[in-house]
Write a protein that binds this ligand. Sequence first.
Ligand code: FES
Length: 374
Amino acid sequence: MTEPVLPPIGMLAELTHRCPLQCAYCSNPVELLKANREMDTQGWISLFEQAADLGVLQVHLSGGEPTLRTDLAELIASLARRGVYTNLITAGVGIAEGRIEAFAEAGLDHVQLSFQGAFAATTEKIGNSRGAHEKKLDTARRIRKAGLPLTINAPIHRHNMEEVPDFIELALSLDAERLEIANVQYAGWALLNRKALMPEREAVERQVEIVEEAQERLRGIMTIDFVTPDYFAVYPKPCMGGWARDAFMVAPDGTVLPCHAAGTIKSLSFERFGEWDLSRIWHESSAFNAFRGTDWMQEPCRSCERQEIDWGGCRCQAMAIAGDAAATDPACIKSPLHARMGALIKEAINTMASDEASDAFTYRRIGRVAEPIA
Ligand code: FES
């Protein structure tokens, strides 16, 4: 039976694709938008107004690097006026004096600060930016001084997985209330760099043990969230909490998408805010309705008892690996293509062992157009 469409709760606003770092695992699309394609201040404010009217309770302000928007404090204030919870997702590099305080004054609720490594050399190598680590440490201190709660986000892959214990120490030393150990999801630039980023199975298993021990030890002191690596999973994650169920994202030019990689599903077309209002997009967009609920599911999802737990997993991963966005996510052990995940891990590790150059990243940058390979 087709269920009624409930209002969304969360929104990820990618205010810009500009960024001072060039991380090879970035979830932004490979074809990045230049500054002249970004929606202007008034456009974002009216989008936020409509989001609040629609029922959105929390907005994640992201990018690229959202603090490169000179109007960020104004955008935060427009959400705070409507009582919407705001979370700033930042790389924490190059934020001018006084701005963090201005964000706090505008009503910002929370900051999530990413570290590419627990040590300067790793952060600089992965982000391809000299001095980035020191700047992030300074940003973390300024965030806490401004009285804002802090989450440290550590995107994990082969090149920094051994630093997980050090990430835990780092987050504690920065007075973070939460640490996210987030294994990289292979979409966007991460898919393009999959061979260079794929960890070995033994390292993943060690990491799980370390995180579980720390979660127990630090209970009541610091929360540690753990995002498991899909390729090593038994069941898939309910990506975005299920397609068009309670969250959506907006690209810098105002295109409204069910998730950050939806553009890789070429059979879908997306509406831009301004041409359609947000409520119409949420309820009527063919892209949002394509995989909403369970009616679209094929076997094995169709008869699976977990269909309303996993919601079929990730549509974009199904597209990338199965070549069919309506297939069960191959991360699921019940998928006929599950073995392909294991083969991709082996292929990455073997290439890495036989060819040192495979360890090199294709760094993220605007203007580079390359198609990710499945
Ligand atoms: Fe698109 Fe998972 S990234 S559904």
